[in-house]
Write a protein that binds this ligand. Structure first.
Ligand code: FPP
Length: 263
């Protein structure tokens, strides 16, 4: 079921009504994953510092989370900082690391009101203490919320995630808790950071780049991809709806034949 409209202004309410009427209830993606790209170029086009682009990108996170929640999407995973992003200038990294705190402090009342749960994937231990604290507090405060799961990928790298899962499984095999015959796709899923989440149905990447950049390599095996030239700070409801509508027109075959919905 699509959720009751939450948006307050008349204009917002009207555009959500239009959006909802365009969407087919039954085939909404349950899990949407987004590679948010183009903040730097957005800022450059305006002769602004890169961090201004990241700040605007954070506002887009807020807008898109609201829309996903209004639509009744179950999980929204956002690639906010990769294990490779540490290579950026120190000042930019520091700013990116301050965003969760800024975002969560100001958005928390609305997160609670909307019943949104914050989760994260990535190496939490490698984050600065303030970032860790903000994320931990938000996860704790929202842990009993049952609405949209807003899942941040922070200090996340898919290859590192797979290596960690392999090591954990090998440890279990070597201490006799598992045998090699126990290892199958389901078992590997259980050792990934996404073990409690459904696999993404739809992956969106903004800014015209067409690559995965070490994002959810295992989990995206049967996900539908949608790319747009729109820069993340400009990503709006209209673009989001275009992506969802494109998804709804896809025929997911999972390696089977046309018309079949599962393998
Ligand atoms: C890539 O664009 C973007 C990032 C590395 C950061 C994304 C972060 C946000 C959108 C904000 C996250 C918000 C919270 C609350 C954690 P880029 O900077 O590489 O863009 P460019 O390719 O144009 O330079």
């Amino acid at each position: 079921m699509l959720k009751k409209l939450f948006s307050k202004s008349k204009e917002e309410k009207h555009s959500m009504e239009v959006a909802q009427s365009l969407l087919t209830n039954e085939c909404l993606p349950s899990h949407i994953a987004i590679i948010m790209d183009g903040n730097g170029r957005w800022a450059k086009k305006r002769a602004m510092p890169r961090i201004a682009g990241h700040h605007e990108g954070m506002q887009t996170v807020r807008r898109i989370a609201r829309i996903a929640d209004d639509l009744g999407i179950q999980v929204l995973t956002l690639y906010a900082f990769s294990t490779e992003n540490w290579k950026r200038p120190k000042s930019e990294v520091e700013y990116l690391m301050s965003l969760p705190q800024m975002f969560l402090n100001s958005f928390m009342p609305e997160l609670m009101e909307r019943d949104i749960r914050i989760e994260m994937i990535g190496d939490m231990e490698g984050l600065p203490s303030n970032t860790k604290k903000a994320l931990n507090q938000a996860m704790e405060m929202t842990k009993n919320n049952n609405g949209l799961i807003l899942n941040f990928a922070m200090n996340y790298g898919s290859r590192a995630e797979i290596v960690a899962a392999m090591k954990a499984i090998m440890m279990e095999v070597s201490n006799g808790k598992l045998t090699m015959d126990d290892v199958d796709e389901n078992m590997i899923n259980q050792y990934l950071m996404t073990s409690s989440l459904p696999e993404p149905d739809l992956l969106i990447r903004t800014s015209g780049e067409v690559r995965l950049s070490n994002f959810m390599l295992w989990q995206l095996a049967y996900t539908e991809f949608w790319f747009t030239d729109v820069l993340w700070p400009d990503f709006d409801q209209k673009t989001f709806m275009q992506a969802i509508q494109a998804y709804q027109q896809r025929n997911r075959r999972y390696g089977g034949l046309k018309g079949e919905s599962s393998s």
